[in-house]
Design a protein. Structure first.
Length: 422
């Protein structure tokens, strides 16, 4: 068991309280904070414990207080002005849940379903997100442990190596890991990578086709205030250097130029070179299920089906893929209508409450993927924190379904909500 003395020592808790109070009162803290109806941590006299966490938002200030600003910023930031990051959250405010004339007792609500051959008690998965080992000593294994304890949720490992998949499943027997895949231009290298993670136990491959920003403005401001360079992927640390080296090697092997100095101007050729033919190539290697993550257009959803996708994830990378793009919830109904139930449609970006999950399900999602909220739980309290975040959201979802008169998942449809997107 990991040593958690670092988290509970009085000196650290005092330091956390001072740091969190400073962050909450500073412009940086204001930028980081998500909409939260509660009091800022600067008004609380002590750091609350795990048993006192009541909503996913309760974990965020503890998460922030535990980590260096450059590390917590990697979780918090979005692309550019962060319009899309904000819009992802605002869109949920534009959908009302319609209360039933006669509700259903929460004890009678059963939201179990089957997704790509996997029985799920709740339609929730853990979204892929990098740098979990920098959030807590338990790292990726802790996230899988928390997900498995919370009704055996599927955990999608971020761009995972075969070693990471094997280590996770060895550490957490009975866990369900899927593997995210960022396109690799050299098809031989792609095949080797995918065969490795599948042999290690990954049940499905999640191909991410959107663009993550090369540089984040808020991170640059943090550095200018004296913060250390982050080691999180994409932020100039060791992982970023390894990724750049891998990209350069892949370019060289494919006969193209290595990644050059254009990255300093936020222009990177690591992504967006791919086409549907690349998905065809992945489909030939994926032995079981293949999902395409980053769909925001109905026509792309149809094409994903034509090219062999077993499911799609409506995603804008949590507001990190493109500034001034649409929220995922806004485009979901049209995408679901285009798919017409032929394959599952999952959604991520902006989910913080069980009511958010209910709204996504009502507008056509088969399930949702949790990113930032999952990271808050892990960074705040390790595997136990991740588990509690998931269980809070599960129970909030049950309460929303009960109030709307939905006893089972199939009862949740567009008649249960009223959407008024701005």
């Amino acid at each position: 068991m990991a040593d958690i003395g670092w988290l509970t020592s009085p000196s650290r808790r005092n330091a956390m309280a001072r740091l969190a109070g400073f962050m909450a009162a500073s412009p940086i803290g204001a930028a980081v904070a998500q909409p939260d109806p509660g009091k800022p941590l600067s008004e609380v006299r002590r750091i609350p414990g795990l048993a006192e966490m009541r909503t996913s938002f309760d974990f965020q200030p503890v998460f922030t207080g535990n980590l260096l600003a450059t590390i917590s910023e990697y979780t918090a930031h979005g692309d550019g002005s962060e319009f899309t990051l904000r819009r992802n959250r605002q869109a949920f405010d534009w959908v009302d849940i319609l209360p039933a004339r006669v509700g259903v007792p929460a004890s009678q609500v059963d939201l179990s379903s089957e997704l790509l051959g996997i029985r799920m008690k709740f339609p929730m998965l853990v979204a892929p997100s990098s740098g979990q080992n920098g959030l807590h000593p338990e790292g990726e294994a802790g996230m899988l442990k928390g997900a498995t304890a919370a009704s055996n949720m599927v955990d999608i490992l971020a761009s995972g190596s075969a070693a990471s998949v094997k280590a996770g499943l060895t550490t957490v027997p009975g866990g369900i890991l899927w593997a995210q895949h960022y396109p690799i231009e050299n098809l031989t290298a792609m095949q080797r990578a995918l065969e490795g993670v599948q042999a290690a136990g990954a049940k499905s491959i999640v191909v991410t086709v959107d663009q993550q920003a090369s540089v984040y403005e808020r991170t640059l401001r943090i550095r200018n205030l004296g913060g250390r360079a982050s080691s999180a992927p994409g932020e100039g640390g060791g992982n970023a250097a390894a990724a750049a080296a891998a990209a350069a090697a892949a370019k060289a092997a494919a006969g193209g130029p290595a990644v050059g100095g254009s990255v300093r101007y936020r222009v990177s050729d690591r992504r967006l070179w791919y086409s549907w033919q690349y998905i065809d190539a992945v489909r030939k290697v994926a032995k079981e299920k293949m999902l395409v993550k980053g769909i925001l257009d109905p026509e792309d959803a149809k094409l994903a089906i034509e090219h062999g996708a077993d499911a799609i994830i409506v995603s804008n990378h949590g507001g990190r893929s493109m500034d001034y793009g649409p929220s995922t919830l806004e485009v979901l109904p049209e995408i679901a209508a285009a798919v017409q139930g032929r394959i599952p449609v999952l959604l991520d970006s902006g989910i913080r409450r069980g009511a958010d999950i209910f709204k996504a399900l009502a507008l056509g999602a088969s399930g949702v993927c949790l990113g930032r909220a999952a990271r808050w739980g892990l960074g705040a309290f390790g595997a136990a924190g991740a588990q509690r975040v998931f269980e809070i959201l599960q129970q909030e979802l049950v309460q929303a379904a009960a109030a709307a008169g939905c006893a089972k998942l199939s009862d949740i449809d567009k008649t249960k909500v009223s959407a008024n997107f701005v």
